[in-house]
Structures are given as C-alpha cells and as structure tokens.
Design a protein. Structure first.
Length: 190
C-alpha cells in the first residue's frame, strides 16, 4: 500500500516540477533562453536539454528500456559535453519536443515497473538501484534545475515563481527596499 502511495506521490511531484522548469522559457526570445548567464555557461534551454538527456538515460538505459530518440548513451564519446547548451541548429521546439517525449518515456517506465524494480546505473559508485532511487534522484535533480531556472529568469526580466498561477506582479520599489535591507544587514555583519 505505501509503495503505491510513494510511487504516485513522487510521480506527481515530478510532473509538477517538470512544468515549472519549462515554464521558465515562456515569453523569452531565442537569445535569452540560450544565453549563458553564469560564468559556467548555465542557460535556460540548456537546463531543459540536460534534463531530457539525463532522464532518457535514467528511466531508459538504467532499466533496460532505452529511449528511442536521439540521445547519446551515457558511455558514448562526447555524451556529456554538449548536453547543457543548444547549438544554433537546435530549436526551442526541437528541445521541448525531445524533453516532453523523454518525459512520456519516463512516465511509461514509472507506470510499467514496481517501485522496487531493479536498475543499474553504471556511472554511479553504487550502481545497483531501485526505481524508487531513480524517481527520487530525478525529482531532486529537476527541482534543483528548476531553481537554477528561477534565478536565471529573475536575472533576465525579474519574473519569479514556481508556476504561472502563483506569480505575483513585480513591485520594483518593494524589491529594491527589501534588497537594500538585506544588503545593509550583510554589510553590518561584515
């Protein structure tokens, strides 16, 4: 009984955070979704592409259910090098289509297997896992990247939030006052 509850709960949370991640691209230009906004090149579309590749491997290769689309296997040459950014020929539509296809494949794996189904993650130090481990890992990783996306989006146009329906209007004066208060406390502590 608890296994089915845990599986359904984790799966629902994963669906919610996937939507939050993709929502961060809404209304932005091609340049803004691709531009590197950190010293390490982190960008919005790259986060979505990375999650597509990652979940294709975790819910595919790990359980012997390879994703049928164009995602390099974990051990292919260059597999990890180009998954965090989009080349000029890779469109937003292409990457979002890939992402949602991977999500569908992941959902099918989750629905087909029991939560204690065995899997094997060759790139982990302790490679023998259960579906439960991969669901928690993917939920954690997607949530982490949705948080990155939230900060990147705030840098671009000030928009914040986890879902469109919870987004508050931007009150510039209130934000500036709050930021000044935080800055003052930081300087006082220094």
């Amino acid at each position: 009984m608890i296994d089915e509850f845990a599986k359904a709960y984790l799966h629902n949370q994963l669906r919610v955070v996937r939507e939050a991640l993709v929502w961060k691209l809404d209304g932005l230009t091609e340049y803004d979704i691709r531009r590197p906004l950190t010293a390490t090149g982190t960008n919005l579309l790259g986060l979505v592409k990375h999650k597509a590749y990652s979940d294709a491997r975790y819910f595919g290769e790990v359980f012997g259910r390879p994703f049928p689309g164009p995602v390099p296997g974990w051990n292919e040459a260059g597999a990890w090098e180009d998954e965090h950014w989009a080349a000029e020929h890779e469109t937003r539509a292409d990457i979002l289509s890939l992402y949602w296809s991977v999500c569908g494949h992941a959902d099918a794996t989750i629905e087909a297997l029991p939560i204690d189904a065995p899997g094997h993650v060759p790139w982990w130090p302790r490679p023998d896992v259960k579906l439960f481990n991969i669901m928690v890992h993917s939920l954690n990783d997607t949530t982490r990247h949705a948080g990155h996306a939230d900060i990147l989006r705030e840098q671009l146009d000030g928009r914040t939030g986890t879902q469109a329906e919870y987004e508050d209007a931007i009150d510039t004066a209130a934000r500036e006052a709050y930021r000044a208060k935080v800055e003052q406390a930081a300087q006082a502590a220094a």
